[in-house]
Write a protein of this length. Structure first.
Length: 146
């Protein structure tokens, strides 16, 4: 399987920098996360790659996601109730999480995560990243008014 896009090239570059092997699993799992305009749990990643990579196991998906996180290509977002989703958008950004259906979405324009990072850095703390999650009900779950 050869790299076919900028997405692949980014991953391959990072793997080669670390002298890590470029495997079909790593390519396909990274592609799945980058091609979906949503945030995926490890189970959703597994479901979306199992056509292309039959026999892939959940532990393999987890270890690949951990590697991608270490390479700075995905971020883990705590969505509450122990749920963790993986996000291929790695710059600091805020999320909304629906407590009824679990829908998670990017919240555009909220500058709090970025501000918190620079405030932490100003105290001498070396921040990795910051998260802001707004809890509530998504527009589909919220009771309609009027
Ligand atoms: Zn909802
Ligand atoms: Zn996001």
């Amino acid at each position: 399987m050869f790299p076919t896009s900028d997405t692949d090239a980014r991953l391959v570059g990072k793997l080669r920098d670390r002298r890590l092997r470029v495997t079909p699993q790593r390519i396909v799992i990274h592609r799945a996360l980058c091609s979906q305009a949503r945030h995926m749990t490890a189970e959703q990643v597994l479901a979306s790659v199992s056509d292309v990579l039959p026999g892939t196991s959940l532990p393999t998906v987890y270890s690949t996601l951990e590697l991608l996180e270490e390479l700075g290509l995905v971020r883990r977002v705590g969505a509450g109730n122990g749920a963790v989703v993986f996000d291929s958008r790695v710059e600091p950004h805020a999320h909304t999480v629906c407590r009824r259906c679990g829908a998670i979405a990017d919240l555009e324009g909220a500058s709090a995560p970025k501000n918190a990072l620079s405030m932490a850095a100003a105290t001498g703390f070396a921040p990795d990243h910051a998260q802001l999650v707004v809890w509530g009900l998504c527009s589909a779950c919220a009771p309609r008014t009027g």
